[in-house]
Design a binder for this molecule. Structure first.
Ligand SMILES: [Mg+2]
Length: 184
């Protein structure tokens, strides 16, 4: 299962009073290619720290512009209410995506922890679940961005690894062959 972040990973939302809902969603280059590729070997799910309304608006744009209905296909659609607030060392509050929620029985029955990956541009979201994380660069509108194309190729190359959580994924762009995490 591949759990996808949305903001700055799939799209960049900007205020636009002319647009329906008051926002315009720019889709990241190669999103259609990405979704079409990874939907083969992976079950897809969504986890965003944004509100449900924002998520639904953006997913409609994805369906319209790519023909891929992620909202329809996703194993789950999680938004802000599934996140947890955490106090940082500086005394601010930040949203987190606690990976322990992947251990819910109804998820584990089909996708045990070692078969779950999460794609996110903010590693702090997964402070307690780094093993699941494939980190991507945040995107705010560069039309030349190639991240999703490279990421799709990478995810396809590791899809059949037996333990996705223990796979070293921090250097995924280097094209190094996949190997286990070095647990010293
Ligand atoms: Mg994000």
């Amino acid at each position: 299962m591949l759990v996808l972040d949305l903001d700055e990973t799939r799209w960049h939302g900007i205020p636009d009073p002319e647009a329906a809902g008051g926002h315009q969603f720019l889709l990241r280059p190669h999103l259609q290619f990405f979704l079409g590729s990874v939907a083969g070997p992976y079950a897809l799910a969504v986890w965003t720290a944004a509100t449900e309304d924002w998520m639904s608006q953006g997913l409609r744009v994805i369906a319209l512009e790519t023909g891929f209905d992620l909202a329809e296909q996703a194993f789950f659609l999680w938004h802000r209410e599934r996140c947890t607030w955490r106090r940082t060392d500086e005394g601010n509050y930040e949203l987190r995506k606690p990976a322990r929620k992947f251990r819910a029985k109804w998820i584990r029955a089909r996708y045990p922890g070692h078969r779950v990956l999460a794609v996110d541009d903010q590693p702090s979201n997964y402070l307690c679940g780094y093993g699941h994380l494939v980190r991507v660069h945040g995107w705010t509108g560069d039309p030349e961005d190639q991240e999703l194309r490279a990421l799709a190729d990478y995810l396809m190359s590791i899809a059949h690894q037996p333990d996705l959580r223990r796979l070293e994924k921090r250097h995924w762009r280097s094209g190094r062959p996949p190997g286990p995490l070095d647990h010293a």
